[in-house]
Design a protein around this ligand. Structure first.
Ligand code: SAH
Length: 396
């Protein structure tokens, strides 16, 4: 088997079981392994460290499959997928829409699989995962027993691996159209072919429920609402009025259908740029009791963190200004390049500059179907904070 030899001292992160090898850490590669081929990773002194998938075109030049010598074959993918499914069966036994495989944190770099009832949507995003596409699809089909596996291997990161996007039916029958899932008792239409990622943001399930629990009688502003996960939840929780904002017209159309699916009153929908719309609402002196900020990934990597920090601060500052005393802010970052600690500092700076006293009353995360391997902190991409703006004392 071909070998990748690290530069002296560059074995440390692998010894802590972090599964990525960066190109700058590589002394040399023996032979000419192809894209996605399995290689052995060795320290400069010749010690075996891991079996990994080779990504010749990527900055992350190898991703670890296993820390021991073993066959990387169909049986390997069956083992890993069975382990991942067992976690969901143990912790989310009655949940019809879950993430079945969460990439590195389930020991399968580049592999994401989401279950929407009978339909599994598979997203492959690394050379290694693409090379083993058939073995992965077979293992999922045998073990999860869905009616359909639909492929959405079209994430932007594929280009960094020198790979072309692939989408379409992979196993079983074509998915129903429309596909409607039930989440926490609410119906949502999921566009597996054309929606973002695999069609729906399963990672916000618990946080949508938290919004629903707190939205009664509130005036709610849902920023970056996509197909209405938070808006529908707020309405189901008895919100007095919901304003939903997104730059995507098709997402807002689906939001309206999702509201109707659940027999709820239609919200005010604003199509446009949230950065501008928040300023407009401020200038109109609009006020809200509960605001959700769930923007797209502003910082895919640490290199983008500074610019992204300014964008997060901007929208959080504006949101603090729009909240009534005692109001609640659900604010999120799904940027791998922004840590929870940094995000909290950004939100604190935003409150300060908005001239608002606020408390953290909750830390927000995805559910147990989005585990974070302890050795892979990057797996905690989605972090959120629930803040409460101070109620001004009545004697003030
Ligand atoms: N909250 C949603 C997921 C949000 S995804 C849920 O729970 O399902 C991020 C959304 O932000 C996308 O729908 C995208 O269309 C939108 N978006 C991205 N940039 C934007 C901008 N500058 N202004 C408004 N919407 C934007």
């Amino acid at each position: 088997m071909n070998k990748l030899i690290l530069k002296p001292g560059r074995e440390k992160s692998l010894k802590r079981r972090h599964p990525w090898v960066f190109s700058g850490a590589v002394a040399r590669v023996s032979g000419e392994p192809g894209s996605g081929e399995t290689i052995e990773v060795h320290s400069s002194s010749g010690e075996f460290l891991a079996l990994a998938a080779y990504s010749p075109q990527s900055q992350i030049v190898a991703r670890v499959w296993d820390w021991r010598r073993r066959e990387i074959d169909g049986g390997f993918f069956c083992d890993r997928i069975a382990t991942a499914l067992a976690l969901r069966e143990r912790l989310l036994p009655a949940c019809p829409a879950t993430r079945l495989v969460h990439a590195e944190s389930d020991g399968l770099p580049g592999v994401v699989a989401d279950r929407y009832g009978d339909i599994v949507v598979l997203q492959l995003s690394s050379a290694g995962a693409m090379r083993w596409r058939d073995a992965i699809a077979d293992a999922l089909f045998d073990l999860a027993r869905p009616a359909t596996i639909y492929e959405r291997s079209d994430a932007d990161v594929l280009a960094l691996e020198g790979l072309k996007p692939v989408t379409g039916l992979l196993r079983g029958a074509p998915p129903p159209s429309p596909l409607v899932i039930v989440e926490s008792g609410l119906n949502f239409e999921v566009d597996v072919g054309g929606g973002h990622k695999t069609g729906f943001y399963l990672d916000q399930r618990d946080n949508r429920l938290a919004v629903r629990d707190l939205a009664a009688n509130c005036e709610v502003l849902d920023c970056f609402c996509y197909t209405g996960g938070f808006s529908v939840s707020a309405l189901a929780g008895g919100a007095a009025r919901v304003t939903a904002m997104d730059s995507s017209g098709p997402a807002l159309e689906l939001l309206k259908r999702n509201v109707a699916q659940n027999g709820l009153p239609q919200p005010e929908c604003i199509e446009g740029d949230v950065f501008q719309m928040l300023r407009k609402l401020r200038d109109q002196a609009r006020k809200f009791d509960l605001i959700v900020l769930d923007p797209p990934k502003f910082a895919p990597t640490v290199a983008h963190a500074e610019k992204a920090s300014r964008a997060y601060k901007d929208i959080n500052l504006l949101a603090f200004k729009l909240l009534r005393p005692g109001g609640l802010l659900f604010t999120f970052s799904c940027s791998g390049g922004i840590s929870r600690d940094l995000f909290q500092k950004i939100v604190a700076g935003a409150a300060l500059d908005a001239g608002v006293d606020a408390q953290i009353v909750g830390q927000l995360s995805p559910g147990a179907d989005h585990p974070v391997a302890l050795a892979f902190p990057e797996g905690e991409y989605l972090k959120g904070i629930l803040c409460r703006v101070a109620v001004a004392p009545s004697c003030a």
